[in-house]
Design a protein around this ligand. Structure first.
Ligand SMILES: NC(=O)C1=CN([C@@H]2O[C@H](COP(=O)(O)OP(=O)(O)OC[C@H]3O[C@@H](n4cnc5c(N)ncnc54)[C@H](O)[C@@H]3O)[C@@H](O)[C@H]2O)C=CC1
Ligand SMILES: O=C(O)[C@@H]1CCC=N1
Length: 267
């Protein structure tokens, strides 16, 4: 079985490891490098993965996954030498493949990926772009690994910053919307557990409809909106408060931040 080493066992590193274990991946083939020793021990206990250091991970891994914060990536890759062929899959926001290639042994195949946290429940959206040395086989290998924890899409690297602003950060927007709906229900007198259950089930069910083949958000919204009914009144208020404009500005600000991060690293 392919040996996968994850550099950084934080939120997204754990989501990948946990997702792979849940998908039936052999924990014996999963390594993690995590500088917070308490967290590393916790990952071993809960997931059965092996904790090691970067040099050992690089020596053993067929796929080396980078899951540290963007500013920690160059340091984390310092101990990766050229002694072994391996694929590097970077989950770090903003960092271009050209920068990663410059920090790695010459010729290392790199695939840049923007994942998201629904990976924890096997429902990630992972957006992949190949670097200069990643051929179709490398891209296939990265995609096969990530398909164990959700969906994948390939895009040219120039589209990664916008992808980050939609699917990478997107779960946070939807959680904020959910929070706002729950608080609105509580303000109108619903018990908090009831409001939370109603909203969570509604987001989940709406997501199921949205991802069903042939569906479109406009048609789905129309199907809920009865003429002269309740939904039309709510939508009128949301439009009057500038919901669309708020999302357009938010997604642009997120895209800009991803670009700025990339520019720091020569992108
Ligand atoms: N959290 C999210 O929703 C998403 C995060 N990402 C990307 O994933 C990466 C990780 O993000 P999070 O998991 O949220 O961060 P995090 O801070 O939860 O995890 C990073 C982990 O790496 C460890 N670490 C840092 N330097 C290390 C080193 N040299 N060796 C070993 N361990 C080291 C830290 O102790 C920490 O546990 C970032 O680059 C981020 O841009 C991408 C998409 C979504
Ligand atoms: O907020 C961030 O920078 C990371 C990247 C995408 C989601 N979380």
């Amino acid at each position: 079985m392919t040996t996968v080493a994850v550099l950084g066992g934080g939120r997204i590193g754990e989501a990948l490891l946990g997702g792979l274990v849940a998908a039936g991946y052999d924990a014996g083939s999963l390594l993690v490098v995590e500088r917070d020793t308490a967290r590393a021990d916790d990952l071993t206990q809960r997931l059965g993965v092996t904790v090691t250091d970067t040099a050992d991970a690089a020596a053993r891994a067929d796929v080396l996954v980078v899951a540290v914060k963007p500013q920690d990536v160059q340091g984390a890759l310092g101990a990766v030498d050229g002694g072994r062929d391996r694929l590097v899959v970077s989950l770090a926001a903003g960092i271009p493949t050209s920068a990663l290639e410059g920090w790695l042994p010459p010729g290392t195949p790199v695939v840049r990926v923007m994942p998201n946290t629904p990976m924890l429940v096997g429902r990630a959206m992972c957006v992949l772009s190949p670097g200069a040395h990643a051929d179709d086989a490398a891209l296939d290998a990265a995609e096969n690994l990530l398909r164990s924890v959700g969906r994948t899409v390939r895009v040219p690297e120039a589209q990664q910053d916008v992808a980050t602003a939609l699917s990478g950060s997107g779960p946070a927007y939807l959680f904020l919307v959910a929070e706002a709906m729950i608080e609105a229900g509580v303000a109108l007198g619903l018990p908090r557990p009831t409001a939370t259950e109603l909203v969570a089930a509604t987001v989940d069910g709406a997501g199921g409809l949205l991802t069903a083949p042939g569906n479109h958000p406009s048609l789905l919204r129309e199907a809920v909106t009865s003429p002269g009914g309740t939904t039309a009144q709510a939508l009128r208020v949301l439009e009057a408060h500038g919901l669309r404009a708020a999302f357009a500005d938010a997604v642009e600000a997120c895209r800009d931040r991803s670009q700025a991060l990339g520019a720091t690293f020569g992108g």
